[in-house]
Ligand binder design. Structure first.
Ligand code: SF4
Length: 207
């Protein structure tokens, strides 16, 4: 794949209980709930902050800058996107000011239910919002945490920059590819099974 031929990944419809979710104030801003895209049974889960305008508009599949950069980075890293499922901290697109902490904490239940149901082997959080929300640490930053694996809730997790940040600052592409390559390598190893205990922000041994 090259930068010229990124594809729109197939979207997975939200389950019935979530499709009409009104648990936080974003229910009044969104057009619809966006559950995720890619391979619903993929062993790798990528976490972004929230859907954008592209996702919010149903039935107008095109490849946005985030996807194009993500797929370019994955191709460079040798990461097979057919083994990837992409989802969000927030399943609804915010368009106005909102209580970010409350929405992220509330929508976490949906993410945890996805992880429980899908049981991915690896996770990569893309961007500070995804990192802070998933690690439940408002101080966590990609810059400090990238380069290692962390055991978060029993799921081997690593971090990288948001694809849009990479698009805006092309100098980050080398680091982005490095981070995606770490995922590709671990995915290819036999020892990718999720570990059973939860942990904090201590890198796994040897990561
Ligand atoms: S952001 Fe999450 S919790 Fe809030 S309404 Fe949407 S699906 Fe529900």
């Amino acid at each position: 794949m090259t930068d010229n031929d990124p594809i729109a990944l197939p979207e997975e419809a939200a389950p019935q209980h979530a499709a009409s979710c009104k648990l936080c104030e974003l229910a009044n801003q969104r057009t619809r709930v966006i559950w995720g895209e890619g391979n619903p049974e993929g062993r790798i889960i990528m976490l972004l902050d929230n859907p954008g305008a592209r996702e919010d508009r149903e039935g107008r599949a095109f490849v946005c800058g985030t996807r194009a950069t993500l797929q370019l980075g994955a191709a460079e890293a040798g990461l097979d996107m057919s083994d990837v499922y992409v989802t969000y901290v927030l399943k609804c697109r915010p368009i106005r000011k909102y209580d970010k902490e409350a929405a992220r904490n509330t929508c976490r239940a949906h993410l945890l239910s996805q992880l429980e149901q899908k049981r991915p082997r690896l996770m990569i959080c893309l961007g500070n919002v995804a990192v802070q929300a998933y690690f439940q640490d408002p101080e966590a930053e990609v810059k400090q945490l990238r380069g290692s694996w962390y055991n978060i809730g029993g799921l081997p997790t690593t971090v990288s920059y948001h694809p849009l940040a990479v698009r805006r600052r092309p100098g980050l592409m080398r680091l982005f590819v490095e981070d995606l390559r770490r995922v590709a390598v671990r995915s290819a190893e036999t020892g990718t099974a999720a570990v059973a205990t939860s942990g904090g922000l201590q890198p796994e041994k040897g990561s």
